[in-house]
Design a protein around this ligand. Structure first.
Ligand code: SME
Length: 161
């Protein structure tokens, strides 16, 4: 049935590329990206950016643009949550069942799985793209590639500032 069921991640990647060429600022790119992923990727139920607060000691992640339910976690330190772990390690973290990960900070009772991808600006972590799903193990290797691609585009755009 190839062709009748084109990969959603492939479609999303093309749409993200289009958005990247049209967005004038990093803010426009980030806002457009959360809306686009939310629309195209049906298992992506909460999509948001956390960015390191400039100059904060100790370092602190602050919630930026997001699409989805209101979250109580508007500031997260690097030793808290999946978000803190991804930012402090500089590595993508995929959690198939948040109920089994003691690091998890709950945003919504409906969340079952999560991916957090660091955003690098000039080689340093500047923030991250965090996506929650209402489905267990929603993030496959294809999803991971898509979300890492999105995080790279945002990092490159932030480097132009
Ligand atoms: N679950 C995250 C907190 C942010 S919410 O998902 C929006 C964590 O464990 O760090």
């Amino acid at each position: 049935m190839a062709g009748l069921n084109p990969s959603k991640t492939g479609e999303a990647r093309k749409a993200v590329d289009r958005l990247n060429s049209e967005a004038h600022t990093a803010k426009e790119l980030m806002e457009g990206m959360t809306a686009l992923l939310n629309k195209l990727m049906l298992k992506y139920n909460w999509i948001g950016f956390y960015m390191l607060e400039p100059g904060a000691v100790p370092p602190m992640l602050a919630l930026g643009h997001y699409t989805g339910a209101v979250t109580p976690h508007t500031r997260i330190s690097l030793n808290q949550g999946i978000c803190g772990a991804a930012a402090s390690s500089g590595k993508t973290i995929v959690v198939d069942d948040v109920g089994k990960d003691p690091r998890y900070l709950a945003c919504s009772l409906e969340t079952k799985s999560e991916i957090v991808v660091p955003i690098f600006v000039r080689g340093k972590v500047a923030g991250e793209l965090d996506i929650d799903s209402h489905f267990l193990a929603a993030f496959t290797s294809e999803d991971r590639e898509l979300v890492e691609y999105c995080a790279q585009l945002v990092g490159k755009r932030l480097e132009k500032k």
